[in-house]
Design a protein. Structure first.
Length: 152
């Protein structure tokens, strides 16, 4: 599994990208959880509003998961990979959005987490994320596809 992740701001632009049907044959909003809103754009607005109450400028963590060329990966495999990754990065329990895109017959996944711990009103992953990011991606990319019996 090829993983690309980053801390970022720009929730509106990211939300519009996630919903873009012009470049994707199919767009499936798989999950919007932990937000009051149940829409992608509403959740992005919520994350932005929470971040305004903190000093955190990059209030989102965005991750794309792409299977190797010519591989078909089940939704359950993506879900397992997301669960493992969010646990390693200290994002478990954080509000998140999961969207699947299908382009040229190939499914890939986008996940976005709010980095703001609303209960404590601060950036919940400031230290953990920076320290674990590189190593976790290396481990998770090798393990994610293997959970479904494919080679990494």
């Amino acid at each position: 599994m090829i993983l690309k992740g980053s801390q970022r701001s720009g929730g509106k632009q990211l939300g519009l990208h996630l919903l873009k049907t012009e470049e994707n044959e199919h767009v499936e909003i798989h999950e919007v959880s932990g937000f009051v809103s149940d829409t992608v754009m509403g959740a992005m607005n919520e994350a932005y509003a929470l971040a305004r109450g903190t000093k955190c400028q990059q209030y989102l963590f965005s991750l794309s998961l792409s299977p190797p060329a010519l591989e078909s990966v089940r939704v359950e495999t993506f879900e397992k990979a997301l669960s493992d990754i969010e646990e390693r990065l200290g994002l478990a329990g954080q509000p998140r959005i999961v969207v699947f895109h299908e382009k040229e017959g190939r499914r890939h996944c986008h996940a976005v987490w709010s980095r703001i711990d609303a209960a404590r009103n601060l950036d919940s992953t400031q230290l953990a994320l920076a320290a674990k990011l590189s190593k976790s991606f290396q481990n998770a990319s090798g393990n994610a596809i293997n959970t479904d019996g494919h080679d990494a």
